[in-house]
Design a protein around this ligand. Structure first.
Ligand code: ATP
Ligand code: MG
Length: 365
């Protein structure tokens, strides 16, 4: 989709609740980054994938939603969900999960990075100590719907659910994780497994890791069983660089990681189609936060950080790093961060501060 002049089409979906407040701050910073780094970003805003749209149309998205955004280079997403009007499973299945499936966003990517100004639940850590990525397989594995219940209602009642791993599905997530590791300085990758207890699928996963490692000779690979791995996230997070995991293990690790750095409220995530056949989607980890929506006090950092991830994905890592540096500068200052982090700024003030910090960072580097 990308043309030679580095111009990208971005589908913007603010969605529900605080998404309406954080997305404009994200766009503000993205526009500045585009100007400073000479990147063309064409934003195309959509009102669907929101409960507001549902109230007007009786569905979360129009029938032709796919053709309306499929030629975008990325989707910049706010939040979806307004449980007072639409049950969460309806809003989620009617929007985000459709994107994930139809656009084959088979990798979920989350940074785990200790930021200044964010209280770290782990003792004795400083910014710089914890900085790694969690890559989660997003389409198969433990979350299959194959299984069922037999002898229902009897004392032999039994339920089963299968884990499905395909060579294609495993290899493609591993390749993506190795490629991320290759772009990092430390060149290490950790694989989550449980082959001592899960005796068919997990040994297969391990086998594919070893096979994939042959194509990436400069990457040092290790593996840990998921139980000790979760302990190490808490005890020795410094040692990680890129962690790759199956759907279930990755689900757990991608929440645990940001929680270990206290950043769950400001963490971004990417639902990535690494082959770039379809657009990838970038959204903050937090939801629509109905309890604070409409007050202009939401923390916009998660959304802005999503913008950094998106720039990186589009092939502009220098612009992405500059945005992250600007976020770090703002978070370190109570006057510029929002009240959820004990600061004094409102949503717009915090967004303005990131924009200013970005301009300053670029002019000094
Ligand atoms: P999800 O919709 O992803 O399942 P949720 O509905 O359980 O998540 P959130 O919407 O993320 O939860 O809100 C959880 C709590 O965190 C709420 O009290 C909310 O106000 C707060 N919160 C979430 N995001 C932000 C933010 N950007 N700034 C400040 N507070 C936030
Ligand atoms: Mg919610």
């Amino acid at each position: 989709n990308t043309n030679e002049r580095n111009t990208y089409k971005i589908a913007v979906i603010a969605g529900d609740g605080i998404g309406q407040e954080t997305v404009p701050e994200g766009l503000k910073v993205l526009s500045a980054a585009a100007r400073l780094f000479d990147i063309g970003l064409d934003f195309e805003e959509h009102d669907f994938a929101s409960c507001d749209y549902y109230a007007r149309h009786g569905e979360m998205m129009p029938g032709d939603w796919k053709s309306r955004i499929i030629d975008s280079d990325a989707i910049f997403f706010g939040a979806v969900g307004w449980p007072d009007t639409v049950p969460d499973h309806v809003s989620l299945w009617g929007s985000l999960l459709k994107f994930r499936r139809e656009f084959d966003q088979y990798a979920n990517l989350r940074p785990v990075r200790l930021m200044p100004g964010v209280p770290c639940p782990l003792a004795g850590k400083s910014p710089g100590d914890i900085d790694f990525w969690v890559v989660r397989e997003n389409t198969e594995g433990e979350y299959s719907s194959i299984g069922g219940k037999i002898f229902e209602g009897t004392d032999r009642e039994t339920v089963m659910q299968e884990t499905v791993m395909t060579r294609q599905g495993v290899d493609r997530i591993l390749r993506y994780a190795f490629e991320i590791a290759e772009r990092t300085e430390r060149k290490t990758l950790t694989s989550a497994t449980k082959s001592n207890g899960i005796s068919i699928t997990m040994p297969y996963w391990d086998e594919r890791v070893l096979e994939m490692a042959k194509s990436f000779p400069d990457i040092a690979v290790d593996k840990y069983h998921i139980d000790i791995l979760t302990a190490l996230f808490v005890l020795k997070p410094e040692r990680f660089n890129v962690v790759v995991a199956s759907n279930l293990f990755g689900d757990i690790l991608s929440d645990l990681g940001p929680a270990c750095t206290g950043t769950i409220g400001i963490a971004p995530s990417g639902n990535i189609n690494p082959t770039r056949t379809f657009p990838s989607l970038f959204e903050p980890v937090h939801g629509s936060a109905p309890d604070i929506a409409g007050q202009g006090i939401a923390n916009p950092v998660g959304q802005i950080w999503c913008g950094a991830m998106m720039l990186d994905h589009l092939g502009h890592p220098e612009a992405a790093s500059a945005v992250v540096a600007a976020i770090e500068s703002v978070l370190s200052d109570p006057e510029r961060r929002t009240s959820d982090l004990g600061g004094e700024a409102d949503t717009r003030g915090c967004g303005d501060a990131v924009l200013e910090a970005l301009e300053k960072h670029v002019s000094q580097n």
